[in-house]
Write a protein that binds this ligand. Structure first.
Ligand code: ZN
Ligand code: FE
Ligand code: FE
Ligand code: ZN
Length: 274
């Protein structure tokens, strides 16, 4: 079998032009995955926000059906060369669990990446236009709230994988009260572990100002201690980023003690390789 540097390489975090801030036809992402020799891939474009839809953040609700049909048709067309899964990246909002659940239940998603991109007050803390409000709140507040939301997302049972765990570091912000934040990290990791969920090593952080994968090495090491299954995701918003830095991701995962990756199509762990 082909493979990418000899390990089960699957990219489960891929966007499409439908979200309004990504480029390239879905087919171009598949072609790139084939070039790289990936064994499996999954589209996970942004689910329309439950609270209020905004242009440029996600597809509209009336576009979901077409997204699902497009991914399913590509999966059939390419079934002899690569396994293509139908995923989705869904925002978690406290108090909207039933609405999220019913939207997710309307389609046969193979997996759901649960992501926190908004604080409870609605602040899109990873958006470059909202840096001032982020600064007013302070990094400690943002990090701790995001980890609390991740813990609740895990407890909600709505998601398969937690996406970009330490996203608040995107622009290089660092918490000051490291102890308090580390405790919040551990509570979130314990919740993920109890829920039997996976965590992703998201390589897009290497392409952002922080210059670091999500999650950071120390958090990934604790995830490994908790025996939380790991998947890789590029968070590609253009075809050229499919599988980006998976060799680095492999090295990082091995460094903290991971020996396997989770294959979402079978639910089984497969060797991470050397
Ligand atoms: Zn996006
Ligand atoms: Fe995201
Ligand atoms: Fe994403
Ligand atoms: Zn994402």
């Amino acid at each position: 079998m082909g493979g990418y540097d000899g390990f089960m390489a699957a990219d489960y975090h891929l966007h499409t032009h439908l979200c309004g801030h990504a480029e390239g036809e879905p087919r171009a992402y598949v072609e790139r995955a084939l070039e790289l020799g990936l064994q499996e891939m999954g589209f996970s474009d942004h689910l329309p926000m439950i609270t209020r839809w905004q242009p440029g953040y996600s597809m509209r609700r009336d576009e979901l059906e077409g997204y699902v049909a497009t991914v399913q048709s590509l999966a059939r067309e390419y079934s002899s060369s690569i396994k293509i899964l139908l995923g989705i990246e869904a925002d978690y909002f406290v108090g909207f669990e039933p609405e999220i659940a019913s939207l997710l239940a309307a389609y046969p998603f193979d997996y759901v990446i649960g992501s926190v991109h908004f604080l409870t007050d609605g602040l899109p803390f990873d958006h470059p236009d909202h840096r001032r409000r982020y600064a007013e709140l302070g990094a400690d507040h943002v990090f701790v709230e995001v980890y609390e939301l991740i813990a609740r997302a895990a407890e909600s049972g709505l998601f398969t994988v937690i996406g970009h765990f330490d996203l608040p570091k995107k622009f290089g912000d660092r918490p000051r009260d490291e102890e308090r934040v580390a405790e919040a990290v551990d509570r979130a990791l314990r919740a993920i572990s109890r829920a039997g969920m996976a965590i992703e090593l998201n390589t897009s952080g290497w392409r952002k100002p922080v210059g670091e994968a999500y999650p950071a090495l120390d958090i990934l090491a604790r995830a490994a201690e908790h025996c939380i299954p790991l998947v890789f995701g590029s968070d590609a918003h253009r075809p050229g980023d499919v599988g980006a830095s998976f060799d680095r991701a492999q090295a990082l995962a091995r460094e903290v003690g991971y020996t396997d990756l989770l294959r979402l199509s079978t639910g089984r762990l497969e060797p991470l390789g050397s």
